[in-house]
Design a protein around this ligand. Structure first.
Ligand SMILES: [Ca+2]
Length: 375
């Protein structure tokens, strides 16, 4: 039954009284004037606090609802080479719509990449999300992995990435989305070993390929890194029949993170922001391009890109060619508004606007004057 509580002021000297009103189910609280004088400030603070807490409670309720219907995902990443994988992991960790079940690493020194991912998860307060290294390849110097050189923890599993992925997809058939932001070696190996797993994967959302534009300002396609690094694995994935949502260079190559936005992210004052800042310094280049975060963003906000189902054929050099008249094997993002992407990204990873920081706290090592010429 719904009940109402109303407040009334009495003229007598008695303190707080409560009683029933003539309306059934309604209660009234009587406050004497001396009581109000004595406790007025306290009562006013209580009421003001309640009013101020309402937006926070609404936000909490929204987040709780998002967590209940969260999309279960696995992340397959070559974190440690370019910086965008770290920014993609940060977006996952700041998005209640996603439930990260585990991370697998791919390409080169996969164990060092796993330590890096595990430390980042641990710093962000997620020390129980398992991280599994893929099959090691030719080790290349990866400056960022120095950040987690001696990191260890129970979340680093001594399984193989392929076995871990198979177990996860088999335990939850048809439920899990794979977010692939590195070369497709792990998932390609899994599908070659056990093609029946394809039916258990809900879909693959990937950063990869190049349809009409390439890197930098190339207005013609390039062999994109994630595809070109393992063409045979990419061919297996695109022939598997798994629904694929693809974010190629057409919607990612222009996503330069400006100096101002970097400052906003790095000045959030959270362990996650500190991790990103440390990795950015070790990475050692001025301007990150957020290729991989677009794949994550597209999973959460499909409207960020215009997409089209296309039949993709991968040639020997790693070009993703469109075969007209053939049955589509991927939904491909072809156009985006970079400003809308950055508005979304910053709302998650850097909710405090730059204007909320005192000017003196900004760290000049995160920008150069040339960067201000950008956004
Ligand atoms: Ca990557």
């Amino acid at each position: 039954m719904m009940m109402f509580l109303s407040l009334r002021i009495t003229r007598n000297n008695s303190n707080l009284k409560m009683g029933k009103t003539s309306m059934p189910g309604n209660f009234v609280a009587f406050f004497s004037l001396p009581t109000i004088r004595r406790y007025g400030c306290f009562l006013a603070s209580l009421m003001l606090g309640g009013i101020m807490a309402m937006p926070g409670l609404r936000l909490f309720a929204q987040h709780a609802k998002a967590r209940r219907v969260a999309i279960p995902i696995l992340l397959d990443t070559d974190i440690g080479t370019d910086i965008d994988d770290a920014f993609a992991l940060a977006l996952i960790l700041r998005s209640p719509e996603l439930r990260l079940l585990g991370v697998t690493t791919v390409s080169g020194d996969t164990a060092a990449r796993a330590r890096l991912a595990a430390k980042m998860l641990s710093e962000a307060g997620k020390p129980r999300i398992p991280v599994v290294a893929g099959k090691p390849g030719k080790p290349l110097p990866i400056d960022q992995t120095r950040w987690a050189e001696n990191f260890t923890g129970p979340q680093l599993l001594h399984s193989s990435a392929v076995d871990f992925l198979r177990d996860q997809f088999s335990k939850n058939p048809g439920k899990i989305t794979l977010v692939a932001i590195g070369p497709l070696t792990n998932i390609g190996m899994l599908l070659q070993q056990d093609p029946s797993v394809a039916h258990k994967i809900k879909r693959i959302v990937m950063m990869g390929g190049s349809i009409a534009r390439g890197y930098d300002d190339h207005m013609s396609p390039d062999p994109e890194y994630n595809i070109a690094m393992d063409v045979s694995a990419a061919r297996v994935v695109f022939a598997s029949g798994i629904p694929i949502l693809m974010a190629p260079l057409d919607v990612t190559a222009m996503l330069q993170l400006s100096a101002r936005d970097r400052q906003r992210i790095f000045n959030q004052g959270t362990p996650l922001a500190e991790s990103l800042a440390a990795l950015y310094r070790l990475w050692g280049h001025p301007t990150p391009i957020l290729f991989d975060p677009m794949a994550v963003a597209l999973l959460i906000r499909p409207t960020l890109c215009k997409t089209q189902p296309l039949a993709i054929r991968i040639d020997a050099k790693g070009y993703t060619r469109v075969e007209s008249g053939e049955k589509s094997n991927a939904v491909v993002a072809l156009h985006t508004d970079p400003q809308k992407f950055f508005d979304f990204y910053l709302s998650r990873v850097a909710p405090k606007a730059l204007s909320e920081f005192r000017f003196g706290t900004l760290n000049s090592s995160w920008w150069s004057p040339n960067d201000w010429a950008g956004r």
